[in-house]
Design a protein around this ligand. Sequence first.
Ligand code: ASP
Length: 333
Amino acid sequence: MDKKRILLIGTGGTIASEMGDSGLVPELTSRQLLRYVPDISGICTVDCIQLFSLDSTNIRPEHWIRIAQAIHECYEKYDGFVVSHGTDTMAYTAAGLSYLIQNSLKPIVLTGAQKPIGYETTDSKQNLRDAFTVAASAMFGVMLVFNGKIIMGTRARKTRSKSFEAFSSINYPIVGMVQDGRIFQYIRPESSAPVRFYEALDSKVALLKLVPGIDCGVLEYLLERSSALIIESFGVGGLPVYETGSFYETVKRGLDAGKTVVLTTQVENEGSDLSVYHVGNRIKQSLPILEAYDMTTEAVIAKLMWILSQTTDRAKAAEMFYTPIACDILSVL
Ligand code: ASP
């Protein structure tokens, strides 16, 4: 049987970094990365492109669009895609690509590393091998492969800043594992519609993490400057009631001005449920806000960027927000 053809897209990150005068800088191209793992030629044939060489701290939604465009341009030519990327914002890019490329029946795999590929002790080589193994498999859609775990692109989060076990799947099981070159697939997401590519995002999405005693003026400031504001509140969710300023009124003014407001939780696992407490229920019952439920904040951010690039109609935006895409949301209604 012919080997699968995979496109490796380089974007930078620690995996491609070398030590400079003031710390690690992404230098290596995707072709140079591949030379460190010659055994990948036993898995598939690989073509390489280098889109940019960035620490992922510098990656923005416009870069997600460029990655999606690169995949779109040669979608027919390849059986799968590997995107090597910095780990710091990889979960955001994975979410972004999950909305920009929907219903892909080919695997689109993001990976990277906590240690550069040139280091004696590194996770780079194994992560690349695993990513190519998944990209050359019958799995499909946008996934993040790291330290043997296969995670849905809409469910990934960086949960460790230093160790190799850097990513977790939030509120959703991992899709599978790669061990010694073999894939153990636990979940088979469905896809019946044809692949669809999008080219636009509204990047004016802001996130506010509440802290006890927060000044309501911060909320006002962010609402004025963005199309959508996500409020990471406490526990299952709610807005504080302080004598110093009305969060409720501020959110209402923002909504009246056409802004989108989403309430979510800063608790990592199990999601929001605004119906439980008065502080949440009052706002959910009386204002047209959205609720994130079990979605990750990374996915909420990317989904809002995708939605708001297409519509500003509140009802349509809400319908799109609550419609599951790539397993991003489960517990609605
Ligand atoms: N700062 C790096 C980046 O995100 C970290 C990494 O790749 O692990 O580009």
